[in-house]
Design a protein around this ligand. Structure first.
Ligand code: DHB
Ligand code: FE
Length: 256
């Protein structure tokens, strides 16, 4: 076993043992916890649990003091190989898709403001009812998922709908744990993006809709003030907002 594994495993167990001592944890509580571990596995909720309750700390540790735009958690609902959109850059959606249509545009630059041409934005989001295609009943496969690239001036644009807030499944073990702790199970409305360009560190982030509920009570602790956007009515029945992304150079790969 590596020193690193030994350290992390030892320290994690030590903290669990400390809780048991400090809070006089009983055999009944231990058995309930053990059953809950089993239930999370059987429900396939370990990715969800990890991304809701642990990932934000890893993200902040990894990228919290990086220059450029703020990142936040990836979450469990990204799918690879979303289609590359062509003009007019509209995320795939149903003919009767609900939610306010909104135009999103801006620039991708380096940390000094130099435009990055041909940068890639991989975009995914829930529908107006908070459902992600490919994971939940309702939206068809590929709904509200797509990629766009920046032009020679680093500009991008796409059209989508304002998503709804999302609640983690209430009837699964993660939801039951959340209720047992008396926490809100909601995430505020958000649009996910991975912004990438050759030679730059991929930026995994989310844009949060300013008018959404739960901005100050995100179950996944992933909201950062710099990531809140303010869609405004354009006058032609749609909304619009802009957001500029600044990328930092790719980290030197760690030597194995
Ligand atoms: C979860 C859902 C999200 O939409 C997200 O962005 C992060 C986490 C989740 O249910 O785990
Ligand atoms: Fe999400």
């Amino acid at each position: 076993m590596s020193d690193r594994a030994n350290t992390l495993i030892t320290e994690t167990l030590k903290r669990i043992h400390q809780v048991i001592v400090e809070h006089d944890v009983t055999y009944e509580e231990y058995q309930a916890a053990k059953q809950w571990f089993i239930d999370v596995g059987e429900a396939g909720e370990w990715p969800l649990f990890g991304d809701v309750y642990i990932e934000h700390a890893v993200e902040e540790q990894a990228f919290g003091n990086r220059e450029g735009s703020r990142g936040t958690i990836l979450g469990p609902f990204h799918l690879p190989d979303a289609p590359m959109l062509q003009a007019p850059f509209e995320l795939p959606h149903r003919s009767d898709e609900t939610g306010d249509r909104t135009q999103v545009s801006g620039r991708v630059t380096d940390a000094d403001g130099k435009p990055l041409a041909d940068a890639n934005l991989d975009i995914w989001q829930a529908d107006a009812e908070g459902r992600y295609s490919g994971f939940m009943p309702g939206p068809p496969e590929g709904n509200l998922r797509g990629q766009v690239r920046t032009d020679a001036d680093g500009r991008y644009e796409f059209t989508t709908v304002i998503p709804g807030p999302y609640t983690i499944p209430l009837d699964g073990p993660t939801g039951k744990m959340t209720a047992a702790a008396d926490w809100s199970p909601w995430r505020p409305a958000h649009i996910h993006l991975i912004v990438g360009a050759d030679g730059y560190e991929p930026l995994v982030t989310q844009l949060f809709i300013a008018t959404s509920d739960y901005l100050d009570d995100d179950v996944a602790s992933a909201v950062k003030p710099e990531l809140i956007v303010h869609p405004k009515a354009t006058g032609d029945g749609e909304m619009a907002f802009t957001y500029d992304f600044a990328l930092t150079p790719a980290r030197t790969p760690a030597v194995a």
